[in-house]
Ligand binder design. Structure first.
Ligand SMILES: C[S@@+](CC[C@H](N)C(=O)[O-])C[C@H]1O[C@@H](n2cnc3c(N)ncnc32)[C@H](O)[C@@H]1O
Length: 294
């Protein structure tokens, strides 16, 4: 299924009419297309996932020179942006539906696949040196960490209260190579409540965050992005879980170069959530770089 972009109206309202926007998480290019369609002059679309970069390039080819794609970690785009007069930056964090829905990427507990979860891919089709290609996969963590390290990881990044029981069950059943195996081990350890969320949800989230070093990436990248902005330029961030949102809230609030535009985070409308359940947990925060606009 193509990825449906979240809170598009709010994003275009905040970034509409800008000259150059860096889309740090271009994914399938949904937000980038909306921004270009709403009159933004140019968009540079960054993603660590070669599949996303290829898809977005294809989809946005009709915009010609107004769109450029960059395969990189968003913490590592400095050189690529040299010479750009950036007056907007967008982050739409987390996974795209294209990543989640492909079993071979190993993100989902509902379909069987290899226990991978790297957003930048080491798998077939990725160019040599693609970001993430040589990083450990979820299987490496699950099979290589100690029971204590696994329990801490699942608790810290998944907020899972039964993390110790899950870690003990994982260690008993290793090696674990597939998403089905891992989901089965978690269900066996903690049981399943009829009608409740899938018991492996938090364990999978924790592993994904750890594999992709998502929190470190964001904490490093945000202040750098503010540094790219001209006075009057805006940064807009959509986060989907509280760990990301806490980093965003703090980074925007504590950066003396910024004026926060969203006292409370903006939330998607009920109508959007009904249409696109993925939007349910979205929180959008925005800030503007201080000083006279150029
Ligand atoms: C929610 S999707 C973005 C969807 C996009 N806004 C759209 O409308 O199609 C998030 C994307 O960010 C990418 N990503 C996540 N962390 C990244 C990082 N540290 N550096 C670069 N890209 C990253 C993922 O690979 C994924 O494609």
């Amino acid at each position: 299924m193509p990825h449906e972009p979240v809170m598009v109206a709010e994003v275009t309202e905040l970034l509409g009419g800008r000259r150059t926007v860096i889309d740090m998480t271009v994914g399938g290019g949904g937000h980038a297309a909306a921004l270009l369609g709403s009159g933004v002059g140019r968009v540079v679309g960054v993603d660590r996932d070669p599949v996303a970069v290829a898809l977005a390039s294809d989809r946005l080819a009709g915009f010609g020179e107004r769109f450029r794609a960059v395969l990189a970690l968003h913490s590592d785009v400095g050189e690529e942006l040299a010479g750009e007069e950036v007056d907007g930056v967008l982050y739409d964090l987390g996974l795209s539906s294209m990543q989640l829905d492909r079993p071979e990427r190993g993100f989902g507990y509902r379909q069987d696949g290899p226990l991978d979860m790297r957003m930048g891919m080491g798998t077939a089709g990725a160019p040599a040196g693609a970001p993430g290609a040589d990083e450990p996969s979820a299987a490496d963590l699950v099979n290589g960490l100690s029971e204590r390290e696994l329990a801490d990881l699942i608790f810290r990044f998944g907020g899972e209260r039964k993390s110790r029981r899950i870690a003990a069950a994982i260690v008993r059943r290793r090696p674990i190579r597939t998403t089905d195996q891992l989901a089965g081990v978690v269900v066996g350890a903690v049981g399943r409540r009829p009608g409740g969320p899938h018991p492996a949800r938090r364990t999978f989230q924790a592993l994904r965050i750890a594999v992709n070093r998502e929190l470190e990436e964001l904490a490093v990248s945000l202040p750098q992005a503010v540094g790219f902005l001209v006075p009057g330029g805006r940064v807009v961030v959509i986060a989907y879980h509280s760990l990301d949102d806490a980093i965003v809230k703090r980074a925007l609030r504590e950066d003396e170069r910024l004026r926060v535009l969203t006292k409370k985070p903006l939330r998607p409308s009920d109508e959007e959530v009904a249409r696109n359940p993925r939007a349910r947990s979205a929180r959008l925060r925005a800030a503007e770089r201080a000083g006279e606009a150029a």
